[in-house]
Design a protein around this ligand. Structure first.
Ligand code: SF4
Length: 64
């Protein structure tokens, strides 16, 4: 299983990750990013990576 590292100091709440993979990333009402999964299954990995790729401030990493 993989997991997602979120650098909260970098995240600016743009929400592009949520647009790419709403089943994994969600912005709450205060524009704080929530990760909806603790571990990324193989089926979700490409979606998790798609969300990480579109982040303009490189706040997300999917690691094994
Ligand atoms: S795209 Fe990047 S900056 Fe925007 S909410 Fe997602 S992690 Fe944060």
């Amino acid at each position: 299983m993989s997991h997602i590292q979120l650098d909260r100091d970098r995240c600016e709440g743009h929400g592009l990750c949520e647009d790419a993979a709403p089943e994994i990333y969600r912005l709450d009402d205060d524009c704080e990013l929530e990760l909806l999964v603790d571990e990324v299954s193989p089926e979700l990995r490409s979606k998790a990576e798609a969300g990480a790729r579109v982040c303009p401030v490189a706040a997300l990493r999917v690691v094994s």
